[in-house]
Design a protein around this ligand. Structure first.
Ligand SMILES: Cc1cc2nc3c(=O)[nH]c(=O)nc-3n(C[C@H](O)[C@H](O)[C@H](O)COP(=O)(O)O)c2cc1C
Length: 399
């Protein structure tokens, strides 16, 4: 059952977006460190840990080290876990966790318990990679699935001779219409499994060139059936997934991640502004906890001259259509940018790489630093180094 929701209040912002939203407090001006009512949850601040794959779950089962990793970062207002496969078919990288077997559900409980013991909140990022996979990771060594049989010019990570290795993705096959209800059902079941595992909710991963993003965008979706062609058709699978997940666990426990113009994993769309304004208007039909929007190229430039996008207009379209959840922004945020974003009406700011290197990021942001630098060499795979050993201020660290 969802927790009772607080009474909606009016966002006080310097900007023009004064529409109704739950993601706010009754102050004159929100700051990054104010509590925030988001969907079913009261968050103690607006600093979110962005989802980050770390490839440290052998056999797709979460480990005790993962529980320690997330516990270290539990002072975030909200943690979004690393992307988590909803099915074996949804797997695309070595040693990433899943949420489709009883063993995985049981193993995730140590993570959710650890975060809750620190008073934190944690949602699971539900993931189907679509074509960004390799035959060696697929059931029976089959081809990865996609909206259309178009290979992504991108890499995935396999472990070869114990070493994480980037390899080309495999040639995908186009999903047939009759297979799509099964995929929607996999999302539904994974959402229920997440609640069973103790998560506060889920984030549907519809960003970064994975399955749902592949369906949305013209570069990867050349279908001529009810799931391809116009914007409405390309958005259908995403909306069916949202309906199934929200129906299963409650919209106020459901968030969604979008990346309108990222080139990540070889996706592009001919008309991203029209596409995503349609998507957010349709998403307004549910009382979702939040929309999580990656601005620009994920992990890269925030402004892409060749792919312009008006995020304020997109947010306004969502609010105008009745979207009341929190608006979460991400990509390349530092303290001044994050403070400015909140002043301009963002409810939540997600930090990725800064959280890898700074388990106590909230305390460091509150003090204005110092900040540790993340070590890229240990991002994907490996042991505790670069995972559990970044120091905190309470360790006496002054970076
Ligand atoms: C090591 C690493 C793993 C990532 N894994 C995921 C993931 O599992 N799901 C996702 O949506 N984004 C993933 N991202 C993207 C981040 O969530 C985030 O969008 C990106 O790092 C930009 O935010 P930042 O500038 O604060 O780091 C990953 C990024 C990094 C660096």
């Amino acid at each position: 059952m969802a927790e009772p929701l607080s009474v909606p209040c009016r966002l006080r912002t310097k900007g023009s977006d004064l529409s109704l939203a739950r993601g706010c407090t009754m102050g004159d001006m929100n700051t990054l460190f104010d509590p925030c009512q988001v969907g079913a949850w009261t968050l103690r601040n607006r600093v979110v840990m962005a989802p980050q794959t770390r490839n440290r779950a052998p056999g797709a089962v979460p480990t005790e080290a993962m529980a320690r990793y997330y516990r270290q970062r539990a002072s975030a207002g909200l943690i979004v876990t690393e992307a988590t496969a909803i099915s074996h078919q949804g797997q695309g990288y070595a040693d990433v966790p899943g949420l489709y077997t009883p063993e995985q559900v049981q193993a995730w409980r140590q993570v959710t318990d650890a975060v809750h013991a620190e008073g934190g909140r944690i949602v699971n990022q539900l993931w189907h990679v679509g074509r960004v996979s390799h035959t060696s990771l697929q059931p029976d060594g089959g081809a990865p699935v996609a909206p259309s049989a178009i290979r992504a010019q991108t890499k995935t990570v396999l472990i070869r001779d114990g070493v994480p290795t980037f390899v080309d993705t495999s040639e995908p096959r186009a999903l047939q219409m009759h297979e799509l209800p099964g995929i929607v059902d996999d999302y539904r079941r994974a959402a229920l499994a997440a609640i069973d595992a103790g998560f506060d909710g889920v984030e549907i991963h519809a960003a970064n060139g994975y399955l749902l993003d592949q369906f949305l965008k013209t570069g990867s979706n050349h279908r001529s059936d009810a799931y391809g062609g116009g914007i409405e058709q390309r958005a259908s699978l995403l909306l069916e997934v949202v309906a199934a997940v929200a129906d299963a666990i409650g919209a106020p426990r459901t968030g969604i991640r979008l990346s309108p113009v990222t080139p990540a994993n070889d996706v592009h769309d001919a008309q991203p502004q029209a596409l995503f304004e349609h998507v957010v208007r349709r998403l307004a039909a549910w009382d979702l906890a939040y929309l999580h929007v990656i601005e620009g190229a994920t992990g890269g430039e925030r402004e892409l001259p060749e792919r312009p996008f008006d995020y304020a207009a997109c947010r306004a379209a969502w609010r105008a259509a009745g979207g009341r959840g929190a608006w979460m922004v991400n990509n390349g945020y530092d303290l001044p940018l994050a403070q400015a974003a909140v002043e301009q009406g963002a409810d939540l700011v997600a930090f990725g790489r800064p959280f890898i290197a700074n388990p106590d990021l909230v305390a460091r942001l509150q003090r204005g630093g110092p900040f540790n630098t993340p070590d890229r060499k240990t991002f994907y795979g490996g042991g505790e180094a670069g995972y559990l050993d970044y120091p905190t201020l309470s360790d006496g660290d002054t970076a």
